[in-house]
Write a protein that binds this ligand. Sequence first.
Ligand code: AOF
Ligand code: ZN
Length: 342
Amino acid sequence: MYTHEHYMLRALEVAQRAEGYTYPNPLVGCVIVHQGRIIGEGYHRKAGEYHAEIEAINSCREPHLLKESVFYVTLEPCAHYGKTPPCALRLKEIGPKMVVVGSYDSNPLVAGKGTALLRQAGVEVLEGVLEKKCRELNRRFFCFHEKKRPYVVLKWAESKDGYIDKNFRPAKITTALESQWVHTMRAKEEAILVGTGTALSDNPSLTTRLVEGPNPLRLLIDRTLKVPETHRIYSSEAPTWVFNLIKEQTRGSTEYIKLSENNIEEQILKVLYQRGIQSVLVEGGAYTLQRLLDLGLYDQIVRFKNESLELEKGTLAPRVPPGLDFKKEWMEESVRMEYQMV
Ligand code: AOF
Ligand code: ZN
């Protein structure tokens, strides 16, 4: 007989297939095991569609065995009527041998009610199997509900001597391989944020065109609306929200959101929370990255370092607080990717 961890790992694996597609919902996987044999598995594909448990039940060709089976779910089964009826109720009707749960659901609509409902119905529930991994899978969802702000990823590329541009002009610090990697990162977050300088000098489109995956929502900080609407950040491929000090307006897929002068970064995170945005990848510039670092408003840092490039003058890369434990990986001969999760 395999361990509970064995099947929970499988549930995690299937949950991951929908990475980037389920916002604002979490990634959830479910595996149904009957006497050591998997008889059903499923995952939540997209908000509004079936939850993982229902997908797994629907995939099962031997429904008469469900009652004698063990359900492995990466997240506590839901207990609320949302876009779909409560999964905990469906499991109660089946009355399986046991429900093994990876992590608690901190969405206030659920928050322990799912497991309570099952236990009250006499279903054995085992919680916390591979909890760390299950929480990591939905780190954005948990951050959103627990810290009441989106999950913030800070990303930049710097030269060996610690600059992010040369004489204040964009420099080619990374190569095609890292660009592809960045597009993969973009596809996993719900929104991408850049400041005025970056939008003007790099003219990025902030899409995921190099990989398969959804285009995130684009966020621009442009206090006095300096970035021309002909710039790529305004292209029609994805919506754009422009945080500024001048106007509040919606035009096509562009929305101008007016903020007050001080504490722009905090105001932005507040608006994003109010609008249900669960994660944001901050791609620069240095000022915005540094502000978020100084305020401690970040959850993950991804920094590319080109060890064979010296730029000598330009904008200094953001300074990270001392004592951060960066994991290091060589992307290719000279470029190292360093990342850290809080
Ligand atoms: C589960 N299984 O596969 C998922 C769950 O709007 P709804 O009805 O889809 O509900 C979304 C909430 O349900 C979501 O915020 C989270 O708390 C839970 N998601 N629960 O039992 C699943 N995706
Ligand atoms: Zn559910």
